[in-house]
Design a protein. Structure first.
Length: 107
């Protein structure tokens, strides 16, 4: 009986990690909206690096991935050259990253 419980718990853990990874993919897609030509090149490069080097890098721990992406996004948000209409998008992504990070740390 105990073995069955362990299997179910393991299944939930895998499902939960799968859910987290799918949410990370969604965040990466939304960050892709900064690939607009209206956005300065340095901000586009920072956004691209945040996604490729940190957010989607499965070689790193998930909390480090989320934290570093949030840090880079904070720098992007505080950049004076960020077009004003991209500010709310950055805040929404930041909120999603922080919620996901809190969920990961809470487990």
């Amino acid at each position: 009986m105990r073995l069955n419980r362990d299997r179910r718990w393991g299944g939930r853990w895998r499902h939960r990690m799968s859910n987290i990874e799918s949410r990370i993919q969604q965040i990466a897609q939304v960050l892709g909206q900064l690939e607009d030509t209206q956005v300065p090149r340095n901000i586009r490069n920072s956004s691209r690096d945040a996604v490729q080097k940190w957010l989607l890098n499965k070689d790193k721990e998930i909390d480090v991935r989320l934290g570093m992406t949030a840090s880079i996004l904070d720098d992007i948000f505080n950049d004076a050259n960020l077009p004003a209409h991209y500010g709310p998008l950055c805040l929404q992504i930041q909120t999603a990253l922080e919620a996901l990070l809190n969920e990961v740390r809470g487990s």
